[in-house]
Design a protein around this ligand. Structure first.
Ligand code: SF4
Length: 233
């Protein structure tokens, strides 16, 4: 079985604990207005690899990632859940820590199997109302909350992540709603609020696509820090 890979980072330090190899999968069903990686959206392109080939590549970095591990990100990794599951199962045999960075937007048998070999989930809760979620990502908040229920049932440690975008979710009502969600899940160990940035403008230009938030200012570290302080974790 082949997976379609968009890109690979050998020494990542922001996608899970420790130093990690990060694999960015090709294909994403969401269309987040602030997406930094529109080149990952299309399915069926990218570099094809087998789980074993991916593992062999990772093993070259084994001494560097011994206290970290591997993170599979996207695009949306759940679109290729069977490939990621095979790969994570091999990583576990090698005692390499596995983290899944996902929007939690797909639930099926393959996704269940994948979660059974996942040590840590980095789950985006992009917005905290169903209306905003639909408006700014194109999919349903309800699926994400069901995904969180499954993580809870399977007792998988979870970090929640949310990009803070000025004039969209940079407010304390959003954090109150996020806290209401967090109170229901003791698997959540950490919450990371991340500032909206516009480093992707050039990419959109090259792709001939308009960036929906071109006129929105970047989030300031101070504003994000204030919101982060209000998070209960
Ligand atoms: S889930 Fe990630 S890759 Fe997909 S559109 Fe949203 S930000 Fe972009």
């Amino acid at each position: 079985m082949n997976g379609y890979i968009n890109s690979f980072q050998s020494m990542g330090t922001v996608d899970g604990p420790g130093v990690r190899c990060v694999i960015f999968m090709q294909g994403c069903p969401l269309r987040c207005v602030y997406c930094h990686n529109p080149e990952t959206w299309v399915t069926g392109t990218g570099v094809q690899v087998t789980p074993k080939e991916m593992l062999n590549r990772i093993k070259r970095y084994k001494s560097y990632i011994s206290k970290g591990g591997v993170t599979v990100s996207g695009g949306e990794a759940l679109l290729q859940a069977r490939f990621v599951k095979e790969f994570f199962a091999m990583c576990r045999e090698e005692r390499i820590h596995t983290a899944l960075d996902t929007s939690g937007c797909i639930i099926n048998d393959d996704v269940h199997d994948l979660l059974d070999v996942t040590d840590l989930c980095l789950l985006d809760i992009k917005m905290t109302t169903p209306e905003e979620y639909k408006k700014y990502t194109g999919v349903s908040l309800n699926t994400v909350l069901k995904f969180l229920d499954i993580l809870q049932e399977k007792s998988i440690d979870t970090w929640i992540r949310q990009v803070i975008v000025p004039d969209i979710n940079d407010n304390f009502d959003n954090i109150d709603r996020l806290n209401d969600i967090l109170r229901r899940y003791n698997i959540v160990k950490k919450v990371e609020l991340l500032p909206f940035r516009k480093l992707c403008l050039e990419k959109y230009k090259e792709m001939g696509k308009p960036f929906p938030l071109a006129d929105t200012p970047e989030a300031t570290p101070k504003a994000v820090a204030q919101l982060q302080k209000a998070v209960i974790l």
